[in-house]
Design a protein around this ligand. Structure first.
Ligand code: ATP
Ligand code: MG
Ligand code: MG
Length: 363
């Protein structure tokens, strides 16, 4: 049997390893925090001090048949080193784009795909200037390493009035502005009708499949519920699909890519961000599609034909965040509810502990 090497050891790695096992593959995760992690409970694991141990990386690369990742912020230098010994997908060029919001938006805009208006900001003055240029309501984000809405601060010049400069300074400080390596991006605030995402899988031969656009509802910056398919018009769904495929193609992706988008009341589709890996908004595919997103990743990186994305049911995925997971006995007892727990010991607030899929007859 062949072994997939997985960089990162969280729940996405765990669910990929479970899908891999179903197809007869072993998985070996490699991460600084692998010991006791969700993924290490279901497959082999190597725990390392950091991502920069060249000897450990070489040993890992030589012990597996192909490497993929469940976290897009693995240092590019790590992936470049691994590539001297084995194939790694998605590769360093894709990670460079996905790790930095400025690179990401520039890449998307160059393809003629719309985003919110944005400006790079390297100081509180830059933030204040961007708000006057873009419009009163903006979001300042750190360009790198944010997730679940962390590293973001909202700005509203209308609300802040004459104190706009102070508000910009406060926002800049809130995202860690001024600390080494911290850069910012100011985005216009999009008053969206809904948020959608499309997950694309693409093989080394260029074969591409995409799941239908789904609607994502957030609570406190964290994904709460995904509704599949999204209740948007056929035109909007087709546009979201086209955008996601265009990006996957332009990235020359091998693997799985999630593209998060805003849909405005007028029907415009704007890209928010992307992740070159399985995505929380694709967990519904585990119970509602012929092949799930994790199986597609395995197929793509192992050179197998991609699976069918056929939706056998409509679905609603609800995340179990923090103490939500304490409801597991009730969810287990609920007829038809499909419970997925990640094996995390501590239910810290804001932590993704599991999810539940509920299926409905196709509309
Ligand atoms: P994720 O956990 O999805 O990786 P993240 O921390 O990378 O999240 P974003 O996806 O950029 O952050 O933002 C989180 C949420 O905040 C979005 O899903 C959306 O609801 C809201 N948001 C972000 N940017 C904007 C914007 N420009 N206009 C309006 N809402 C926004
Ligand atoms: Mg993100
Ligand atoms: Mg997001």
């Amino acid at each position: 049997g062949s072994t997939i090497g997985m960089l990162g050891a969280g729940q996405l790695g765990r669910m990929t390893a479970l899908a891999a096992a179903r197809l007869g593959y072993r998985t070996h995760v490699y991460a600084p925090d692998a010991a006791g992690s969700p993924a290490a409970q279901v497959c082999a694991a190597t725990t390392v001090a950091g991502w920069d141990d060249l000897d450990a990386l070489e040993r890992f690369a030589r012990s597996v048949d192909a490497v993929t990742l469940e976290w897009e912020n693995v240092p590019v230098a790590t992936v470049e080193h691994l590539r001297r010994f084995t194939t790694v997908n998605p590769g360093p060029d894709i990670l460079s784009v996905a790790q930095d919001r400025i690179a990401e938006k520039s890449f998307v805009n160059r393809l003629g795909i719309a985003t919110a208006p944005w400006r790079a900001a390297d100081s509180a003055d830059d933030v204040a200037r961007a708000v006057t240029e873009i419009g009163p309501r903006c979001v300042l984000k750190s360009t790198r390493l944010g997730y679940d809405g962390k590293g973001q601060a909202r700005l509203d010049a209308g609300r802040d009035g004459g104190a706009a400069a102070a508000a910009a300074a406060a926002a800049w400080a809130a995202i860690g502005g001024g600390k080494p390596g911290v850069a910012g991006i100011v985005e216009g605030f999009v008053t969206f009708a809904c948020e959608v995402s499309v997950i694309v899988a693409r093989g080394a031969d260029g074969q591409t499949v995409a799941y239908p656009a789904v609607e994502n509802r957030h609570k406190d910056g964290i994904l709460d519920v995904t509704i599949a398919p999204a209740g948007v018009s056929a035109e909007t769904a087709a546009e979201a699909d086209r955008i996601a495929r265009t990006i996957a193609e332009a990235l020359d992706l091998v693997g799985v890519l999630a593209v998060e988008m805003f849909v405005t009341a007028g029907g415009a589709v704007l890209v928010n961000e992307m992740a070159p890996r399985p995505h929380n908004s694709g967990h519904w595919t585990m119970d509602a599609c012929a092949s799930c997103q994790f199986e597609q990743l395995v197929r793509a990186v192992c050179g197998l034909p991609l699976g069918s994305v056929e939706r056998v049911a409509d679905a609603e995925m609800t995340n179990l965040i923090g103490d939500d997971v304490l409801r597991w006995p009730e969810l287990l007892a609920e007829p038809g509810a499909r419970l997925h727990l990640y094996g995390k010991a501590e239910a810290r607030p804001g932590r993704k502990m599991g999810h539940v899929n509920r299926l409905f007859p196709r509309r």
